[in-house]
Design a protein around this ligand. Structure first.
Ligand SMILES: Cc1cc2nc3c(=O)[nH]c(=O)nc-3n(C[C@H](O)[C@H](O)[C@H](O)COP(=O)(O)O)c2cc1C
Ligand SMILES: CC(C)CC(=O)C(=O)O
Length: 362
């Protein structure tokens, strides 16, 4: 690639990716729910944040290293759980984790991964967590937890903002279906078949979610999961102080402030606006991660300043994966981390520990 076209920011990868996938796949990745207000608001909310740089501090060396649950990470930027990476690259999640490993970054693998948990683990160079949806069939969940632990996955992230799948108009209009050869290979085929039979009219994605996610689930059920693993458990999809507090009370180990990238409840609060109340509610007892709309090193910095322990990116790494496979993923992570370093230099904060609330204008 000539230097003229070399991607200089994450959104440059969006333009590159567009040429590599079909229209329905593009819409599945790019789209949100409803009128896509929350999708737009996630990024717009960062536009309005203003930073308060400090002068005359020693920023000769910038250090972006951190750790989560004792696992060292080269960067506080990790990969959010996303279904079906093979939609974007033939190697799917195997390419993704190879790319993340080269950047020593965290990957949260999705329960609807299109490669086996074991193949993904063999290719990984960095830490892996596994995201779960709470399927009605707990036996299927149990098997997944056991397999993940045996393969070296270090934590579980339970996504709780999807008791129904958001109204994704683009997918409905496209009649989105998974292409031949792309499947949720880790989940019992019976669970998937059941779903397809029950909901032929919906988009394929909405269909399997409707029948396989447990809508009756409540806080009391978390004890079941807690008893099944000694690994850290994080809840993804927390947007309020009330739920952050309940998470802390129910013995989980972390939360991910997320609105699912604007793909679930439209008009849900932008995540960066929800972060502070969640951070205050857990009062330093557990790490708080955030995702949604993070496109710039300054966005990462803002999230860290408002109390996030780490951030996850979704669509940007998918753009990298589509455009350049494992190397594209690595480059997206490097670009984002180098923007963060640049921001830290100009903000006068040489380490992540130096970044605090005073860095962002209230
Ligand atoms: C194509 C796609 C598939 C996704 N699949 C899942 C999933 O299976 N499980 C999950 O918890 N979140 C899923 N998400 C949401 C991401 O984990 C994350 O919350 C979101 O993408 C972050 O916003 P961003 O894309 O603006 O960075 C998906 C997102 C996208 C774009
Ligand atoms: C298979 C879907 C439920 C994956 C998902 O969470 C999403 O598309 O946002």
């Amino acid at each position: 690639m000539g230097t003229q076209n070399a991607p200089l920011r994450l959104t440059d990868y969006r333009d590159l990716a567009a040429g590599h996938v079909t229209r329905p796949v593009w819409d599945f990745v790019d789209g949100g729910s409803g009128d896509e207000r929350t999708l737009a608001a996630n990024t717009a909310a960062y536009d309005h944040r203003r930073l308060r740089p400090r002068i005359l501090t020693d920023v000769d060396k910038i250090d972006t290293r951190t750790a989560l649950f004792g696992t060292p990470l080269a960067t506080p930027i990790g990969l959010a759980p996303v279904a079906y990476h093979r939609l974007l690259h033939p190697e799917g999640e195997v390419a993704t984790v190879r790319g993340a490993g080269a950047a020593a970054a965290l990957t949260v693998v999705g329960i609807f991964a299109s490669r086996t948990l074991e193949d993904i683990a063999r290719a990984a160079g960095g830490p892996l967590w596994l995201q779960l949806y709470w399927l009605r069939r707990r036996a299927v969940l149990e098997q997944l937890i056991d397999r993940a632990e045996a393969a070296g996955y270090e934590a579980f992230v339970v996504t709780l903002d999807a008791k129904r799948i958001g109204q994704r108009l683009r997918d409905m209009r496209n009649g989105f279906t998974l292409p031949e050869g792309v499947a949720a290979v880790n989940v019992d085929p019976a669970v998937m078949a059941e779903a397809h039979q029950a909901h032929e009219a919906d988009s394929a994605i909405a269909a399997h979610a409707e029948t396989s996610f447990d809508r009756a689930l409540t806080w009391d059920d978390l004890a079941w999961l807690r008893a099944r693993t000694s690994k850290p458990i994080l809840l993804k999809g927390v947007l309020t102080a009330e739920d952050a507090r309940l998470a802390a009370e129910h013995g989980v180990d972390g939360i991910v402030v997320s609105n699912h990238g604007g793909r679930q409840l439209d008009n849900a609060v932008p995540t960066i606006d929800a972060l502070e109340e969640c951070v205050q509610a857990v009062a330093g007892t557990m790490p708080v991660l955030i995702d949604g709309g993070i496109r710039r090193g300054t966005d990462v910095f803002t999230a860290l300043a408002l109390g996030a322990s780490a951030v996850l990116i979704g669509r940007p790494f998918l753009w990298g994966l589509a455009a350049g496979g494992a190397e594209g993923v690595t480059d997206v992570l490097r670009l984002a981390t180098s923007e963060l370093e640049h921001t830290m230099t100009l903000m006068g904060t040489p380490t992540l520990a130096d970044i605090d609330r005073t860095a962002v204008r209230p």
